[in-house]
Ligand binder design. Structure first.
Ligand code: ZN
Length: 881
C-alpha cells in the first residue's frame, strides 16, 4: 500500500509538472480546456450530411476564446436580419496581448507616407502581418465556414514549433461567415431536405435578407450591413496587409482555384499587388500538391479588373485574392464520372494536364470532407507564406502608401472636383458620406477661384489623389474603360467576368470633373468637409403654408413615401409654376401644414418652406398598393428591389408566381412590379437554356409553381381594370410576348412595342453591364425631376421598337439612346446599333398602363441617378401621358 501510495504521489507530481510544462510551452491557458469540434458538435465538421449552423459555430468559437489565450472574438456589426457579426483573432498569446500596439503599427504603415526610414524599420521589426480571411462569403458555399472550427482548434492547441513561430509572426483574422443570416437559412433548409428528392438542392429564395449571391458585389456601394462591417475591418479598423475571400464554385471542373487571376486586371492597381498574390498563389499550389491535393487550377476563370467584390481591398493596397473549392451538394457527397469533368471559362481549354492545372483530378467521390481538407491546407499555406515574408509584406504595405501618394502628387488627375450644386441636392452629401466610410480624405473649397479653366465655388468638394487609397479613389470616381486584352495578338477579346461600370458619380447622376495638375492656390483654400453644407433642408416656420420638395431629389421621394404611408396628403405640381421668387418644377411634391411629419420632410435636402399656396394645378397622390413579384429562383434583382423599397419607405407586398391565381389582383393592387426575372421562370417555373430547352428544376414543386393560366387571366384583368405594370429587363418578355403582344387577348388591346435585341445581337451588339447615355422625354410624369440626359445601367437587353397603336392603345418613348457617344462608362461592342433606339417605353392597353425598362433602374442599389424613373412609375397618375 505504502509503496503504491508513493508511486501514486510520484505519478501525480510528474503529471502536475507535465501540465505546468505544457501550460508554459503553450502559453497561459491550459490547452486541455479547449473543447474539440467533435466534442462540441457531436460530429467532425465536414462529415457527410452534417452541418454546423451559425449559433453552434459562434458558441464553439466563444468557448475557444474563453479557454485559449491564442484566440479572441470581437463583434464588428450586425447583419441585416439582426445577427451579431464577428471577427476572430488568432495569434500567439504575446501578440494578442499587444493588439492595440500592433494595430497602430498597421495604421501607420497603411496611411503614413512620411515615416522616416529608420522608424519604419523599427515598426517593421515590431509589426506582425495581419491576414483577414472571410469564410463562406456565399452562404451556399458551406465548406470554408464548416472548416473553421477545425482550423481554430488546430491552431490554438497545436504545439508544432514551426506553426507556433508562424503564429508569432502573423495575426490571422477570421470572419466566421460573411453572411450569418444566409448560413442559417441554408443549413436549416438543407437539414429539412435530408432524405427527400431535393436533398442538397439550392435554397428556395435568396440566402440573406436582400442581395443573395450578389452580397460580394457590394463592396463599393456598401448598401448592406455585412459589407459595411467587413469593409470597416480592413479600411479603417485593422488595416490587414493580406486578405483572402473563401468561396466554392461548380462541381464538375477543377477541384480548387488559387491565385493568380486571369486577365484582364485593373489598370489602377499597383503591379506589386499582383506579384504578391502570385507568391501566395504559387505557394498554395505547391503546398497543396505536397499534401496530395489534386485538381488545383490557377490563372483560370476569375479575373480582376472590377472592384465590388471583397477583393476591393486590392484598391486599398491589400494583397487580396480569392480561393474557390469545387462543390458537392451542400453536405451530400457526389460521385463525378471522369466523362463529366469539364472546363469552362478563360484559362483552360481542355480538362487535361496543362500549365494552369498540372494535376487534374480524375473524378470519383467528392464530399464536404474533401472541401474541408482543401480549406485547411490552404489556410495553413497562407499562414506560412505570410509568416515567411513578414518584414517584406509590412515594408511593401508602407511602400505602396508612399508610392500611391507620390503618384497622386505627380500624375494626372491631381483632384476630382465635385461641384456643390448638383441636379439632385442630396446626392453629393450621400456620396461624400460613402467616400468617408471608404477611408477617403475629402476637402471643401473655402473660396471662389479659377483652376485650369474651371471655376471652383466655395463649398465644392475636392478629392485629392495624393492619398494612400489613391487607386480606389481613382477607380470609383472616374469613368470606366474596360482593359481590353486578347488571347493572342489580333485574336479574340477576353470577355469580362462581371459588369464593366461602377463609377459612383456617373451612376448617381453627379457631375464630377478631373483636374489634371496640382494647385498651391487651391490647396491653401481647403477645409474639412462640412456635411451639413452639402444639401440640407429648412426649419419650417410655424406660419408656413407647407413645404415643397423638389422632384430632382431622391430624398424627396423618401419623404413623400413616408408621408403617404402615414396617410398625410401629398400633392405633385402638374406644370412648372412660381411661388414668390421660387420656381417650382413639374413633379414638385407639396405637403401642407406644419405637422411633425411635414416639418421632418422640410429637413430633407432641397426642401423649401412655402408661405402661401402655389398657383397652378396639382394632383393628389393616392397611397399605392404595390405588389412586388419575386420568385424562389434565387431572385436577386427582386431582393435588391426590396432593399431599395425598404430604404425609401415604399410599402409593398411580395407576390410569388403561385399567388397570382389565388389573388384578385385587380381589387388588391394599384401597381405590380416585375423585376429582372425570365418570363420562362414566371410562366413555366423553369429556367430556359435555349429555345425550347429548359433546365429541370431543383426546387420542390411548391417553390417552382409558375403563374398559371388563371393567374395570367388575373393579370390581364388587373390591366383591364386600369392597373399599372412596371417591368424591367427579362420580365418585359412576359408582357411583350405573352399578354398583350403577339397573342391578342380578349381583354387587352395589343401593345405597340416589341423587343428587337435578338436582331441587334446577331449584328454584333454586346453590352456586359455598362453605363449608356439615354435621352429622356421632357415634361412627362415618368421623367419629372430628371435631367434631359442620364446614364442608364444596361446589360444590352431589351431594346424596344414601338409601332403605331390601335385606337384603344397608346405608347410613348420615355428614354432612347442618342445617335452617337452612347457609351458613358464600361464596355460595348456594336455601339452604333443602339443609335436612337428606345430603352424605356410607356404603353397603354385599354385602361391599363405599362412602364417597361430596357435597363435596371437600380442595379444592385448603385443607380441613384435613375431611381426616380422607377419611383415616378410607382406614382404614375391614372391618365398618363
Ligand atoms: Zn462564392
Amino acid at each position: 500500500m505504502q509503496r503504491r501510495k508513493g508511486a501514486t504521489m510520484r505519478i501525480l507530481r510528474w503529471l502536475l509538472a507535465a501540465v505546468l510544462a505544457a501550460g508554459w510551452l503553450l502559453g497561459r491557458g491550459a490547452a486541455a480546456e479547449v473543447p474539440s469540434p467533435e466534442a462540441a458538435f457531436g460530429f467532425t465538421p465536414g462529415s457527410d450530411r452534417k452541418l454546423v449552423d451559425y449559433g453552434q459555430l459562434m458558441d464553439y468559437l466563444e468557448q475557444v476564446a474563453t479557454a485559449s489565450p491564442r484566440f479572441e472574438l470581437r463583434e464588428i456589426g450586425t447583419s441585416e436580419l439582426g445577427r451579431p457579426l464577428y471577427v476572430g483573432l488568432l495569434s500567439s498569446e504575446a501578440n494578442l496581448a499587444r493588439l492595440d500596439e500592433l494595430r497602430e503599427i498597421n495604421r501607420r504603415l497603411a496611411l503614413d507616407p512620411e515615416i522616416p526610414d529608420a522608424e519604419r524599420e523599427r515598426m517593421v521589426e515590431e509589426g506582425r502581418v495581419f491576414v483577414l480571411a472571410t469564410m463562406s462569403m456565399h452562404a451556399s458555399e458551406v465548406g470554408p465556414a464548416q472548416a473553421l472550427p477545425l482550423l481554430v482548434h488546430e491552431l490554438v492547441t497545436g504545439d508544432d514549433p514551426a506553426v507556433l513561430e508562424q503564429l508569432d509572426r502573423v495575426v490571422l483574422m477570421v470572419v466566421p461567415t460573411h453572411n450569418p443570416d444566409g448560413m442559417d437559412m441554408v443549413v436549416e433548409y438543407y437539414r429539412s431536405s435530408l432524405g427527400t428528392s431535393y436533398e442538397g438542392g439550392p435554397l428556395p429564395g435568396v440566402y440573406n435578407r436582400y442581395s443573395g449571391h450578389d452580397n460580394n458585389r457590394d463592396f463599393v456601394n456598401l448598401t448592406q450591413a455585412e459589407s459595411r462591417a467587413v469593409s470597416r475591418v480592413y479600411t479603417s479598423d485593422w488595416y490587414p496587409q493580406v486578405q483572402v475571400d473563401k468561396h466554392q464554385m461548380g462541381g464538375t471542373g477543377p477541384r480548387y482555384y488559387v491565385p493568380n487571376v486571369h486577365d484582364p486586371i485593373a489598370e489602377n492597381i499597383d503591379e506589386g499587388l499582383w506579384t504578391w498574390s502570385g507568391v501566395f498563389g504559387s505557394n498554395l499550389a505547391n503546398d497543396m500538391a505536397t499534401d496530395g491535393l489534386r485538381g488545383v487550377a490557377t490563372h483560370w476563370l476569375f479575373d480582376n479588373y472590377w472592384p465590388g467584390s471583397t477583393e476591393t481591398a486590392l484598391w486599398k493596397n491589400m494583397i487580396a485574392f480569392l480561393t474557390e473549392g469545387a462543390s458537392c451538394r451542400v453536405a451530400t457527397p457526389v460521385f463525378v464520372e471522369a466523362s463529366e469533368l469539364e472546363t469552362y471559362g478563360k484559362g483552360l481549354s481542355e480538362y487535361a494536364k496543362s500549365i494552369n492545372m498540372p494535376d487534374p483530378w480524375p473524378g470519383g467521390w467528392w464530399r464536404l470532407s474533401d472541401i474541408v481538407r482543401y480549406e485547411l491546407v490552404t489556410m495553413r499555406s497562407i499562414l506560412k507564406t505570410a509568416a515567411r515574408n513578414r518584414p517584406e509584406i509590412l515594408r511593401f504595405r508602407n511602400g505602396l502608401c508612399r508610392s500611391e501618394v507620390a503618384k497622386g502628387r505627380t500624375e494626372a488627375p491631381a483632384y476630382f472636383l465635385l461641384p456643390r450644386r448638383q441636379h439632385d441636392p442630396g446626392a453629393l452629401a450621400e456620396l461624400v458620406g460613402l467616400l468617408q466610410e471608404h477611408g477617403v480624405t475629402l476637402w471643401q473649397a473655402t473660396a471662389r477661384l479659377e483652376l485650369q479653366g474651371r471655376v471652383v465655388e466655395p463649398g465644392d468638394v475636392v478629392v485629392p489623389l495624393a492619398q494612400p487609397y489613391r487607386a480606389f479613389v481613382k477607380e470609383v470616381l472616374e469613368r470606366q474603360s474596360y482593359p481590353v486584352r486578347r488571347y493572342t495578338p489580333d485574336g479574340e477579346i477576353i470577355r469580362p467576368y462581371d459588369v464593366t461600370s461602377w463609377s459612383l458619380p456617373l451612376h448617381r447622376g453627379l457631375v464630377c470633373h478631373e483636374v489634371a495638375a496640382r494647385s498651391a492656390e487651391l490647396e491653401s483654400r481647403l477645409a474639412p468637409v462640412d456635411a451639413g453644407s452639402l444639401g440640407s433642408g429648412v426649419e419650417l416656420p410655424v406660419d408656413a403654408w407647407g413645404v415643397a420638395l423638389p422632384a430632382a431629389a431622391n430624398a424627396s421621394f423618401r419623404a413623400a413615401f413616408a408621408a403617404l404611408g402615414e396617410g398625410v396628403r401629398v400633392e405633385r405640381i402638374l406644370e412648372q409654376t412660381t411661388n414668390g421668387d421660387l420656381e417650382l418644377a413639374a413633379g414638385t411634391f407639396l405637403l401642407r401644414g406644419n405637422s411633425e411629419r411635414v416639418a421632418a420632410a422640410a429637413r430633407t435636402p432641397g426642401a423649401v418652406a412655402l408661405m402661401a399656396a402655389p398657383a397652378g394645378a396639382t394632383t393628389v397622390l393616392a397611397p399605392r398598393r404595390i405588389g412586388l413579384v419575386e420568385t424562389y429562383f434565387h431572385d436577386m434583382d427582386a431582393g435588391w428591389t426590396r432593399y431599395l423599397f425598404d430604404d425609401f419607405g415604399v410599402g409593398y407586398r411580395v407576390l410569388h408566381p403561385a399567388d397570382f391565381e389565388s389573388t384578385d389582383l385587380a381589387s388588391s393592387f394599384d401597381v405590380l412590379v416585375f423585376p429582372d426575372v425570365g418570363a420562362d421562370i414566371l410562366t413555366k417555373g423553369k429556367r430556359k437554356i435555349d429555345d425550347d430547352d429548359y433546365r429541370p428544376t431543383e426546387y420542390p414543386p411548391e417553390f417552382a409553381k409558375p403563374i398559371s393560366e388563371k393567374g395570367l387571366a388575373r393579370l390581364r384583368a388587373f390591366l383591364a381594370a386600369g392597373g399599372v405594370v412596371v417591368s424591367w429587363q427579362s420580365s418585359t418578355e412576359l408582357f411583350l410576348e405573352k399578354l398583350g403582344g403577339e397573342e391578342e387577348s380578349e381583354e387587352l388591346p395589343p401593345l405597340a412595342a416589341r423587343d428587337v435585341t435578338e436582331e441587334l445581337e446577331k449584328r454584333g451588339l454586346y453590352v456586359p453591364g455598362s453605363l449608356l447615355r439615354a435621352r429622356l422625354l421632357a415634361d412627362h410624369p415618368l421623367t419629372w425631376g430628371m435631367p434631359a440626359e442620364v446614364g442608364v445601367f444596361s446589360e444590352g437587353s431589351p431594346v424596344f421598337a414601338t409601332s403605331i397603336p390601335r385606337a384603344d392603345a397608346d405608347r410613348r418613348v420615355i428614354a432612347s439612346h442618342p445617335d452617337d457617344d452612347i457609351l458613358m462608362s464600361g464596355y460595348i461592342e456594336g455601339e452604333k446599333l443602339l443609335a436612337g433606339k428606345p430603352v424605356m417605353v410607356w404603353l397603354r392597353s385599354g385602361s391599363g398602363q405599362l412602364v417597361l425598362f430596357g435597363f435596371s433602374p437600380h442595379h444592385r442599389g448603385s443607380m441613384g441617378g435613375t431611381y426616380k424613373l422607377l419611383f415616378n412609375a410607382l406614382l404614375l397618375p391614372d391618365s398618363a401621358p
